[in-house]
Design a protein around this ligand. Structure first.
Ligand SMILES: [Zn+2]
Length: 346
C-alpha cells in the first residue's frame, strides 16, 4: 500500500490522498485551495484514471471542490459518501454509493471482493465521516475533519483501531488551546458586545460550525435574539430529517431559541464564511456602519473579503474548534494502534 499526497499536508486546503495497492487504487477527498493560481490536487492523469473509488469525508470545498477537475482528468470511479453529504455537494456523480445506507457506522463492509470499508461520524458537520479501508492485507485510516468535543454534531470516537497508515486531522498544529478555552473567549467577547448593545455578525460555513456557535450562545445567552439567514434557517427547520448526525440536546433546544428578523440587535449568522458575495459585503458593511462586531471563527481564504476585514481591523478572528491540534492528535494515536501517521490540514 502506497500513499501519495495530492494536497493538504503543509497547507490548509486541497485535501486529497491517492492510495495505490496491488488490488484497487482509491482516493480520499478531492479538495481545492481557494485563492491560489493552481488550486487543484497535485496528482497526474494516470493516477487519477486508475482510482476505482473516491471516498468523500464531507461536503466542504477543501475536500470536494476539485471533483469536476478530477472528472476532466479522467476519473471514472465510484464516489462513496453519506446521503447527507450527497445532498450538500454541488455535483451529482453518475456512480455513487451512499455508505450509511449500505452499512451502519463502525461495521465492516465489503465494498468489492478486495476492499473492506468501515466508517464513523467525525463531528465536523451533518454527514461528515472518517473511513478505514482494508485491502491487500493492509489498512489505512483517514480521519477526515475530526473533532470529538462538540455541542451539536455526533462523533463516533476512533478507538482501539489498527491501521498501517493513519492520515489524521491536525489543523491546529502546535496551538495548545482546548475547545473549551476557545468557547470561553467567544462567550466573553459576545457578552461584552451584548452589554454594550452591539450587534454581532458571525459569517459561518453553510454546514457545520454555525450550529455549534448557535448552541453555545443559546446556552450562554438564552434570551438574546438570534437571526439566521434563509439557508441556515432552512437547515435548522429540516433538522429532524438528518437527526442521526445531531445530538438530541440541540434538537430539543431549537424551540427555545429566541429567533428574530431584526438587524438592529442580537447575534446574526450569515452562511458566507469568506463574505465574498455581494450579499456578504452588504451585510458586513451594514454591521460596520452600525458599529457592530464581525467575528470570524474559521480559516480565511487568501484574498477573501473576510481576510481583508480582519487585516484592516474591521473584523476579529476568534477560533471555534472544529479540528484537532497536535496534542489531541497524539492522544488519538495513543488510543489506537497506527504504524505510520501523516498529519494533515495544516
Ligand atoms: Zn477541511
Amino acid at each position: 500500500m502506497n500513499l501519495i499526497i495530492g494536497g493538504g499536508v503543509g497547507e490548509h486546503g486541497r485535501n486529497c490522498f491517492f492510495v495505490e495497492t496491488k488490488k484497487e487504487n482509491f482516493l480520499f477527498d478531492c479538495g481545492i485551495m481557494p485563492g491560489v493560481s493552481t488550486p487543484f490536487p497535485r496528482l497526474n492523469g494516470v493516477q487519477i484514471q486508475s482510482a476505482k473509488w473516491l471516498f468523500i469525508s464531507h461536503s466542504h470545498i477543501d475536500h470536494t471542490g476539485a471533483y469536476d477537475w478530477l472528472c476532466e482528468q479522467g476519473f471514472d470511479g465510484c464516489v462513496v459518501m453519506t446521503k447527507e453529504t450527497s445532498r450538500q455537494v454541488l455535483f451529482s456523480p453518475k456512480n455513487v454509493r451512499l455508505i450509511n445506507e449500505l452499512i451502519p457506522a463502525l461495521k465492516e463492509y465489503f465494498l468489492s471482493e478486495d476492499l473492506i470499508v468501515t466508517w464513523g461520524k467525525s463531528g465536523q458537520c451533518a454527514g461528515s465521516v472518517w473511513y478505514k479501508i482494508c485491502v491487500d492485507d493492509k489498512s489505512i485510516l483517514f480521519s477526515g475533519d475530526y473533532i470529538e468535543d462538540t455541542l451539536v454534531y455526533r462523533c463516533d470516537y476512533i478507538r482501539n483501531a489498527n491501521a498501517d497508515i493513519a492520515v489524521l486531522d491536525s489543523a491546529y498544529g502546535k496551538i495548545i488551546h482546548s475547545p473549551t478555552e476557545y468557547r470561553k473567549v467567544l462567550v466573553n467577547t459576545v457578552k461584552d458586545c451584548i452589554e454594550r448593545n452591539k450587534i454581532v455578525l458571525f459569517p459561518v460555513p453553510k454546514y457545520g460550525r454555525g450550529f455549534e456557535l448557535l448552541a453555545l450562545f443559546h446556552k450562554s445567552f438564552p434570551h438574546v435574539p438570534v437571526k439566521l439567514d434563509a439557508h441556515l434557517h432552512g437547515e435548522l427547520t429540516r433538522v429532524k430529517k438528518y437527526e442521526e448526525w445531531i445530538k438530541p440536546d440541540f434538537i430539543t433546544s431549537i424551540k427555545e431559541i429566541n429567533f428574530s428578523d431584526s438587524d438592529e440587535s442580537g447575534i446574526i449568522f450569515t452562511s458566507d464564511p469568506q463574505l465574498n458575495t455581494a450579499k456578504g459585503h452588504k451585510i458586513a458593511e451594514e454591521i460596520i456602519i452600525r458599529n457592530g462586531a464581525i467575528i470570524l471563527t474559521g480559516h480565511e481564504d487568501i484574498g477573501s473579503y473576510s481576510e481583508a476585514l480582519r487585516l484592516s481591523g474591521r473584523a476579529v478572528s476568534l477560533r471555534y474548534s472544529v479540528h484537532m491540534n497536535d496534542s489531541e492528535r497524539s492522544n488519538l494515536e495513543r488510543a489506537n494502534s497506527f504504524k505510520d501517521v501523516i498529519s494533515y490540514h495544516h
